[in-house]
Write a protein that binds this ligand. Structure first.
Ligand code: DAH
Length: 350
């Protein structure tokens, strides 16, 4: 009989262990403790035992029965707690729909201007240009006078900007009032002042103007300045460099047109237009790409460089302007508004 009690305990424990539902608990209770259950059958068997061992075995069986009923009860409680926990985490199907798609994760990316800048820098670095930068707060001297735009010169009107009232001076002690630079050209002056010739540099940066804001005018925009100074630099170098750069940036089929223009700091001066090759017989659609010219001898003299020995060329273009042309962006303001819908279109990794 002892052996049978042992088997009873073992099989009951194993079956109890495997149970995961309340219904299964009930079936187990009936199987073991029901009127015709295993325990009742064993109790009946006690009657067939020798008289003296009946009370001992009976006691053992009753103790085992209480023990098993207790573990059954414990299991019942643990199952109903797990049930109510699951219900509170997912209260009811109307609150949680597991079939809903997850929320999309928006990761950031570079601004279209930064992407363009990266490309521009890569191209110029490939042909030996250095990357320079100057401050956005400039002196009147670096921005105007040194670039052959003295006080009263009409070119100052076009480049009207914001002046800073405070009586501060810049680290280079250049004279004049302080202003937010309306062009990157003063970086030419800063680099020439260092007196390390030859120079082959570009200077990208933010510029400011006191413009009426509309679709093609903004009070803040990006420019890239370029300057090359060496012995024997000619207009052919200017043409070759700019054509190489714009073809690398915009494609090999680009056609060029150099139109005479006026800038106070270059002589002669040009504006460069570009056109993507069109169908045969169709007139090309010219788009203004950049201003440029041969460095004016007066600028060299202002910097203590002998224009009889050195010559050079300079150029400047707006980054947003070029992006507007390439991506057919209708409004310059989109670049500074940070509207996701716009940025998504121009920044591929969004
Ligand atoms: N600074 C000129 C502007 O803002 C652009 C420019 C034109 C820069 C000709 C140059 C240049 O260096 O040679 O309109």
């Amino acid at each position: 009989m002892d052996k049978e009690l042992e088997i009873l305990e073992k099989s009951f424990s194993e079956e109890l262990e495997a149970i995961t539902t309340k219904e299964a608990i009930e079936s187990l209770r009936i199987k073991y403790f029901g009127r015709r259950g295993i325990v009742s059958t064993l109790l009946e068997k006690i009657g067939q035992l020798p008289k003296e061992s009946r009370p001992i075995v009976g006691k053992k069986l009753n103790e085992l029965k209480s023990k098993l009923l207790e573990s059954l009860h414990k299991k019942e409680i643990s199952l109903s707690t797990a049930d109510s926990f699951a219900q509170s985490a997912f209260p009811s199907p109307s609150f949680a729909d597991n079939t809903l798609p997850g929320r999309p994760y928006l990761s950031g990316t570079l601004h279209p201007v930064s992407i363009a800048l990266k490309k521009i820098i890569e191209i110029f670095q490939r042909i030996g240009f250095t990357i320079e930068c100057g401050p956005e707060i400039e002196s009147e001297y670096n921005n105007f006078d040194a670039l052959n735009i003295p006080l009263g010169h009409p070119a100052r009107n076009e480049q009207d900007t914001f002046y800073i009232k405070e009586n501060l001076s810049l680290e280079d002690n250049s004279p004049g009032r302080l202003l937010l630079r309306p062009q990157t050209s003063p970086v030419q002056i800063r680099v020439m002042k260092k007196n390390q010739l030859p120079i082959r540099m570009i200077a990208p940066g933010r510029c400011y103007r006191r413009d009426e804001i509309d679709a093609t005018h903004s009070i803040v925009f990006w420019q890239v300045e370029g300057l090359v100074v060496d012995k024997g630099i000619s207009l052919a170098d200017l043409k070759g460099t700019l054509e190489y750069f714009f073809r690398e940036l915009l494609g090999n089929q680009l056609q060029f047109r150099f139109r005479p223009h006026y800038f106070p700091f270059t002589e002669p001066s040009f504006e460069v237009d570009g056109a993507i090759a069109t169908q045969e017989g169709e007139a090309p659609r010219w788009l203004e790409l950049c201003g440029c010219g041969m460095v004016h001898p007066k600028v060299f003299l202002n910097m203590g460089i002998d224009p009889e020995v050195y010559s050079g060329f300079a150029f400047g273009f707006g980054i947003e302007r070029y992006l507007m042309v390439v991506h057919k962006v209708p409004d310059l303001r989109l670049f500074s508004e940070n509207d996701f819908r716009f940025l998504k279109n121009l920044s591929p990794s969004f």
